[in-house]
Design a binder for this molecule. Sequence first.
Ligand code: SAH
Ligand code: SF4
Ligand code: F3S
Length: 458
Amino acid sequence: MVENERKDDNTGDSGGKSPKKLRVLLRTFGCQMNEYDSEVIRSILGQEGYTFCDSPQDADIVLLNTCAVRENAHRKVIGHIHALHHLCQDRPFILGILGCMAVNMEEALLANPALKIDLIIGPDSYRRLPELLARAAGSGGPAADTDFDISENYTGINPDRVSRVNAWVAVTRGCNNFCTFCVVPYTRGRERSRALTDILAETEKLAAQGYKQVTLLGQNVNSYADHATGFSGLLQAVSRVQGIERVRFMSPHPKDFPDAVIDAVAREPKVCKHIHLPLQAGNSRILKLMNRTYTQEDFLALVRKIRGRIPDVGLSTDIIVGFPTETASEFEDTVRVMEAVAFDSAFIFKYSPRQGTVAQKKYPDDVPEEEKTTRIVRLNAIQKGISLKRNSRHTGKTLPVLIEGLASRRSAREFQGRTDGNTIVVFPGQPGLAPGDIVPVRVTAATPHALKGETASP
Ligand code: SAH
Ligand code: SF4
Ligand code: F3S
């Protein structure tokens, strides 16, 4: 355990209130796993009597659940911290940094007095949050716990969920893959799977609470294993829980798609026909340098197999441009694979060296920034055209849509939901419809990012 007893001017003097009366502002950056973890944190603190608020001006404690995956994720958090101190100049508050950046930036964050950080807590230590917060509130001593705990799955905690429609359910935590660009194995430690019985008990509770959809989460979710049950067994078991209408999963790795998993997605009616299949790069030499363990040919063969079994499957992907040593012609392989596969959507990133990763240590970040920009702009333009084409195939069809909420906070007239294949649909609301309902929607138009439609009779 890393405990830090540094004292400085920011004593977290909270006006003598008992810690349990303190109001907490919790902000979340990064991925769905962080959103889930924030729900775990809300539950842990809520049980201790802490209350939550939305504005820094009302907060006694500000907790930032951070991401470290790219440099701009870091920059965002640092900018946020400075803005908070500026906004609350005359009010002392306790500032805690949680999540991935807490782990990989612990020393640098504590060493910078301008950031006035009182608490640093990594993703396996949230059960200690009340104890460490009380200490920061009482004595004013900054505290840190960024240790990994391979047994920590937050079993027994009922996450205080934000959505009433979709429930995130973490089934694995951590990652063993060590893709050479990625910081996650260093910020979240080794992979562990939750017991199937635990996951099913949570899913049954969610169904009883009225949740229609669960999304199974893990950094490499399809390497799930609990004794004899692998990911296909998990999918089957969760999707057969009475009352759950849709099961999604995030993020799978292409290396863990045995036939049994593809068959489970194909066969189980409640498992959504959408697969996120992170390509990262289309060139086999770059994929090898990335330690992705598949080649361009393997990836294309997997896509063919998936589409053979699940013809109308929605496919999305992640891509990195400008990985060290990626030449212009190797980048063309990524273009070719994107065009060949025609993903429904793609998240495209510029390579960002992360401290401590193999890529950062072994390969110079030698693709110039302007070249990375040229490549990302080109891929985004290509994908926009492909997404429009893919979405247009739905025009005129009537599809079941799970209503997630209002399309915009400003207007109560339009709902937003998703098709089974994960495409966003916007359509005019009707009396009697509410988030959580699954309604037939006739698609009237398509854009690259969404479908437009109107409710149809079933
Ligand atoms: N565990 C998930 C997600 C990891 S982070 C998975 O394996 O799919 C989400 C995405 O961020 C990755 O898929 C990758 O495309 C991107 N990413 C990760 N590290 C990066 C880096 N150093 N620079 C740029 N993009 C990165
Ligand atoms: Fe990172 Fe690779 Fe693990 Fe995903 S699978 S979290 S990209 S190391
Ligand atoms: Fe970011 Fe950590 Fe998620 S680095 S993407 S918050 S696993």
